[in-house]
Design a protein. Structure first.
Length: 282
């Protein structure tokens, strides 16, 4: 397992917020991630909440802006926040904010120049998971959530690993990337022109063909989100869920936009949603 370098440690609401750096074997570069642990004496084996951020973010956006630590400390939930792409001067990048560094789309790229480093799906589901389990002994139940591009990541990773994650939630997720400009641009670059391969990384397509465990999904979408109609369109996945009678709820949030103010408003409800699913499945 890779060596972890502790960059930050802060006591917060009786738990501890950490930031680490490590040399990722899967991505071939130095990566940071953040981790919140609730009070160890009160919560010895906490469930683990994975948070995937959106375009332009690092692990800091959620840590600094969502205010999730207070609820996580009260509920006894550990939270892990990965970065959104491989990083570094030697790593392929784009001048566009919705491609390259900060925009890894949580998939395994197959095309040049991206493929050697842009393997975020494997990084999260294998390398960072092994660190969470082996280094921090976080071996309890797991949930996954995210925002925008990270909401797409949470839906795709959750549905592809429905035996592992107990529930999925998302804020303003890209639910059908193969049909919207952000997704078409990124998937063309990372996965090439064969659109059949894109479907493996598209939550709406995955849900259409999902035959595994029906893990519940909660989506919050602000109706004042400037990306709502062009890039997000949660009704696309809601329609598929309705057709299959799949347990997926979309809540439209009046007046809310795409920002972390929306996440801060509802993050406690998301943590409670995940924990309540856990109780239901026990
Ligand atoms: N840079 C873009 C916006 C990018 C954006 O809204 N990113 C979202 C995720 S898709 C985010 O979380 N930004 C960071 C933040 O709000 O802290 C623009 O100027 O239109």
């Amino acid at each position: 397992m890779s060596q972890l370098e502790l960059l930050e440690e802060h006591v917060v609401f009786g738990g501890t917020q950490y930031k680490y750096r490590h040399d990722s074997t899967v991505l071939g570069c130095l990566m940071t991630f953040s981790l919140f642990l609730p009070n160890k004496e009160t919560f010895s084996n906490p469930p683990l909440f994975w948070w995937l951020s959106g375009l332009t973010c690092t692990d800091d956006n959620f840590t600094h802006k969502a205010g999730a630590q207070k609820a996580a400390a009260r509920l006894g939930v550990a939270m892990i926040m990965p970065d959104t792409s491989p990083r570094g001067e030697e790593i392929a990048d784009s001048e566009d904010w919705d491609l390259g560094q900060g925009a890894g789309f949580y998939l395994n790229a197959t095309e040049k120049p991206w493929a050697p480093h842009y393997q975020m799906y494997d990084y999260i589901t294998k390398e960072l998971s092994a660190i969470a389990h082996d280094h921090f002994q976080l071996n309890g139940p797991e949930f996954i959530s995210g925002h925008s591009m990270g909401g797409h990541g949470a839906l795709v990773i959750g549905l592809r690993n429905a035996d592992r994650f107990r529930s999925i939630s998302a804020f303003a997720p890209i639910v059908n990337p193969i049909e919207v400009p952000w997704g078409v641009k990124a998937f063309t670059e990372y996965l090439g022109d064969d659109q059949e391969t894109w479907k493996e990384w598209d939550a709406t397509e995955l849900l259409k063909h999902h035959a595994g465990k029906e893990i519940p999904v909660l989506i919050d979408q602000g109706d004042a989100d400037s990306f709502y109609e062009k890039q997000l369109q949660p009704s696309k996945i809601a329609t598929v869920a309705d057709e299959k009678d799949y347990p997926l709820t979309v809540r439209m949030q009046k007046g809310h936009d795409h920002s972390y103010y929306t996440i801060a408003t509802f993050i406690e409800e998301h943590l409670e949603f995940h924990l309540s699913q856990l109780k239901n499945s026990q």
